[in-house]
Design a protein around this ligand. Structure first.
Ligand code: CTP
Ligand code: MG
Length: 224
């Protein structure tokens, strides 16, 4: 199976509030995007396309290996992955059977997660996502913040990346998705096209860096 990797790195990182796009923010002196690319490569996905902000191409090219392809992302994560997927489908390149889509914002994802996703794809799953259980009681609220219901926690999962797909299924699902629709992950895109999505165990270390506290935690992890 030949798998290609996509790293979504075109976000601005508003909630992190740094002085540069989140994917360029350093963790132990290396930009988050470099950690994310390493996870895919160390996990056996050598060919990687990174979607980056249009005005930051040079900055990303400076920090990433020469053989990583860069594409200009879009205004939403959905648009950014769509742009990278076009590059993956380049007829001049060997056709990939599978695509793994990863967030630049998950720098400490262990390669075991990549291995589990690849194994599920090799076993015939058209779509696979790493998930973790929900450990807190989880509720819904109304507009005034009043609790309206408690959700059955046993059936809930937190979804991580990298998410893996049969390339044809992912390309077809993105083609069917109206251009203006924004979904928060790629499993949602294939699900909208009726593709069944399998789960494998995720890893707490694959947590997303969203707010400054997440970056502090990641720094603590790498400092030992
Ligand atoms: N992403 C992207 N293109 C966008 C928006 C997001 O490629 N237009 C990527 C981000 O770079 C990130 C991943 O999608 O690696 C997950 O998104 P998120 O954590 O929301 O990152 P940002 O959108 O950058 O952060 P924020 O929502 O706080 O602005
Ligand atoms: Mg965002």
């Amino acid at each position: 199976m030949h798998a290609v990797g996509i790293v979504a790195a075109a976000g601005s990182g508003l909630r992190l509030g740094a002085d540069r796009p989140k994917a360029l923010v350093p963790l132990a002196d290396r930009p988050l995007v470099c950690w994310a690319v390493d996870t895919l490569r160390d996990g056996g996905v050598a060919d990687v396309v990174v979607a980056v902000p249009g005005d930051e191409l040079t900055a990303f090219a400076t920090v990433l290996p020469l053989d990583v392809r860069l594409v200009v992302g879009g205004a939403t994560r959905t648009a950014s992955v769509r742009a990278a997927l076009d590059a993956v489908s380049d007829p001049a390149r060997p056709a990939a059977d599978a695509v793994l889509v990863h967030d630049a914002a998950r720098p400490l994802t262990p390669t075991d997660v990549v291995a589990r996703v690849l194994a599920a794809l090799a076993g015939g799953a058209p779509a696979v996502v790493p998930v973790l259980p929900v450990v807190d009681t989880t509720v819904t609220v109304d507009d005034d913040g009043r609790l309206t219901a408690a959700l059955p926690r046993e059936t809930l999962r937190r979804v991580q990346t990298p998410q893996g797909f049969a390339r044809a299924a992912l390309v077809d699902a993105y083609e069917r998705l109206p251009a203006e629709v924004e979904l928060t992950d790629d499993a949602a895109v294939v699900r909208a096209a009726g593709v069944p999505v399998t789960t494998v165990p995720g890893d707490e270390r694959a947590a997303k860096v969203t707010v400054p506290y997440d970056l502090d935690l990641a720094e603590l992890q790498v400092s030992g």
